[in-house]
Design a protein. Structure first.
Length: 452
């Protein structure tokens, strides 16, 4: 039973089998992806996925960037680009005061990134935990000198409750005040694939930078976060590292894309390949259906909570996070309940905070997770007698959506020529192994060869 399918405490990683397979191959083969000069094939494949994500967000045809390790790295790199771009545009001195607008619900990595790069947060109060364009405008107009506010970070969606900010309204204010518009969609960005919630992302197409974590809701293995820029040239100007030993990487050919030039990293693994392969195997429709299943699960769970007199739904779920309270419970009660569920291997959940109160939270990112009412495994606190809402996970393993044939022998020389010899044959100094993967959708097979 996949552990992540029973995890409702955090935003867990449940990978597709295709992504898991290719992630293992990328890791064991040590495929790097720093530059076009050294890894044009992996970089080209990663760029196909980045193009897909940019298209889902309706960003311009020129939009793009690279994969980084996570939302923290993506937010940091994006804010560095915002800093350098706006300082050049506004002709600011290196030590001029600079602020960046954030809400009181922004992810902790945003505040950490601002601290690292020497920005002051310009904190805007939220209405019902959601940053809006009008609230941002009022805060800017009320400030004694808003000219040093150079950007705004919106959220799509908040980690705690899955709330999507007023992206369209914020984009309008950003344009009026000449602000860099960054959208942190590390968790919720995958919802762009779900037709039932796509309209909630209106305005994301105006983002100057956007972060989406495939290792959260796009079923890719850790660590994988997509960083997108409306104009990647600005990121390249901010992040390109210069040294004589790097001269070979940089040419006048704009088609030679170097991921190391678009974020704060230099060395990097080709972390976008597992997602690329999984999308090639399953197609985007399967991803949309999987995300919709988790959204349906959250809505159904919320409906069941509303029918229980001993529970209170804190707010309707916008995405796949459900927050609620058990009437009369203390923080110790929630902690004991969570520990009991974990000890029984029923599910992994944890209390959270909401407006100073300890409450319960369920985060559904796994389409394998099913809800039922009246079974033995309780996921939502039950009344003293009777059953509550429960979490059930399919006990049978899902069949592979493709066939895999792994060889038991390797060949010396190259995959195209050398005779096949058993592993351990004397004199074999360079060995190759191949894995054949066949998609039932297209019927096409591919053999991936790896040398050691």
């Amino acid at each position: 039973m996949p552990l992540a399918s029973r995890c409702a405490a955090v935003l867990p990683c449940r990978t597709t089998q295709a992504a898991t397979l290719f992630g293992a191959l990328v890791s064991c083969s040590s495929i790097q992806g720093a530059s076009w000069f050294l890894a044009s094939g992996p970089v080209a494949a990663e760029n196909q996925v980045l193009r897909l994500l940019a298209d889902l967000a309706d960003m311009p045809a020129a939009a793009g960037d690279c994969f980084v390790s996570g939302g923290s790295a993506g937010n940091l790199s994006a804010l560095v680009t915002a800093r350098d771009t706006t300082r050049r545009r506004r002709v600011l001195a290196p030590y001029d005061r600079v602020r960046f607008a954030v809400s009181d619900q922004a992810h902790s990595s945003i505040g950490n990134a601002l601290r690292i790069i020497g920005f002051e947060p310009f904190t805007v109060p939220t209405t019902d935990h959601r940053l809006t364009g009008p609230a941002l405008r009022v805060a800017l107009l009320a400030d004694a000198d808003p000219s040093d506010v150079i950007g705004v970070a919106a959220t799509a969606a908040t980690t705690n409750a899955g709330i999507i900010d007023d992206l369209s309204g914020i984009a309008t204010v950003a344009r009026d005040f000449d602000l860099w518009f960054h959208v942190d969609g590390a968790y919720g960005g995958a919802g762009l694939l779900a037709p039932s919630v796509r309209d909630r992302y209106r305005g994301v197409e105006h983002a100057d930078s956007l972060v989406i974590d495939p290792h959260k809701w796009l079923f890719a293995p850790f660590d994988c976060a997509a960083l997108l820029y409306r104009d990647p040239r600005l990121a390249r100007a901010a992040h390109t590292q210069g040294a004589s030993y790097l001269d070979a990487l940089h040419t006048d050919d704009d088609t030679q894309w170097n991921p190391s030039d678009y974020a704060h990293h230099l060395s990097r693994r080709a972390r976008g390949l597992p997602l690329w392969f999984s999308l090639a195997v399953h197609g985007t429709r399967a991803y949309s259906e999987a995300i919709e299943k988790t959204l349906t699960l959250a809505r159904t769970t919320a409906a069941l909570i509303r029918t229980a007199p001993y529970l209170e739904l804190i707010r309707e779920p916008e995405l796949s996070a459900v927050t609620f309270r058990r009437i009369g419970w203390t923080a110790e009660d929630y902690a004991e309940w969570s520990a009991h569920l974990l000890a029984g291997q029923t599910t992994f959940t944890a209390p959270t905070g909401w407006e100073g109160e300890t409450v319960a939270r369920l985060a559904f990112l796994q389409p394998e997770t099913e809800r039922v009412c009246g079974a033995a495994r309780v996921c939502v606190p039950p009344p003293p007698v009777g059953a509550g809402i429960q979490l059930r996970v399919r006990k049978e393993p899902a069949p592979l959506p493709y066939s895999i044939q792994a060889p038991d022998r390797v060949s010396a020389g190259t995959p195209d020529q050398a005779a096949v010899r058993p592993v351990g044959t004397p004199g074999v100094t360079r060995a190759w192994s191949g894995v054949t993967v066949t998609s039932p959708v297209t019927g096409l097979s591919a053999v991936m060869w790896f040398a050691w």
